[in-house]
Design a protein around this ligand. Structure first.
Ligand code: SAH
Length: 225
């Protein structure tokens, strides 16, 4: 059965989910240093309030991470914006996201890159995100799978983005990067501090850059549900 289209009122939001509230989020992102006009434009127009439980919708545009259930969180707007900036400055053709979660980061990326793949390990989150993204006509290919193995059939990728923190250098993923491609990931150091890290494949070597401290849920193993 075809899904009913989202009504203009649902998409637009009202009160704490209105365009005015979204515009305030964008203003804050600019003050926090986000500069990429395309990223800001997409975030200004896309409905973050449809990616959380209805009971939390009024908080969707606050400067905060929000619970998704299953112990997972939707990243705060600043984190989504920063990660998206890092992805789009590569002008990538093919991108793989690991950790679809709510699907919000997937939605934003889908408006900005040519080909997007996204993997989630929790069945219920995968299903919910797939439904939301379908209703918003977001062109992303989704899979329920353990992202530790990447998406070998679709490799190589110009960018692989992890939205969960890996403990070790993910060699299986690095092997799926195109020449000059980057893996952008929160990686934990020996004392447990998480750093947003950029790993670029240059021939047979990996060029590693530590960007800023971040906090993400862990990248786990296996599929649930
Ligand atoms: N980008 C998401 C943030 C989700 S939090 C959003 O915008 O909502 C991180 C997500 O990574 C969670 O949904 C978690 O289930 C998922 N995850 C953790 N380990 C994973 C793995 N090995 N493979 C795929 N997804 C994983």
């Amino acid at each position: 059965m075809p899904l009913p289209d989202l009504s203009p009122a649902e998409l637009r939001g009202r009160g704490m989910t209105s365009q005015r509230t979204r515009d305030r989020m964008i203003q804050r992102l600019i003050e926090q240093g986000v500069r990429n006009r395309e990223v800001l434009d997409v975030m200004a127009h896309e409905p973050r309030h449809l990616f959380v439980d209805e009971a939390l919708a009024h908080r969707a545009y606050e400067d905060t991470a929000l619970p998704l259930g299953f112990g997972q969180t939707l990243s705060q707007p600043l984190t989504v914006a920063r990660m998206t900036e890092l992805v789009v400055r590569e002008s990538p053709r093919r991108v793989l996201e690991l950790g679809t979660g709510s699907g919000y980061q997937t939605l934003i990326l889908s408006r900005l890159v040519t080909e997007l793949y996204s993997v989630e390990r929790i069945h219920a989150l995968h299903e919910r995100a797939a439904l939301r993204l379908k209703r918003l006509k977001a062109p992303a290919r989704l899979a329920l799978a353990d992202g530790n193995h990447g998406w070998p059939q679709a490799a190589p990728f110009d960018v692989i983005l992890l939205t969960a923190c890996a403990e070790d250098l993910p060699h299986e993923l690095l092997a799926q990067l195109s020449e000059g491609g980057v893996l952008i990931a929160p990686l934990a150091d020996a004392d447990g501090t998480q750093w947003l890290t950029q790993l670029r494949r240059v021939g047979e070597t990996i060029d590693r850059r530590r960007l800023e401290p971040v906090r993400f849920v862990p990248l786990l193993q296996g599929v649930i549900g």
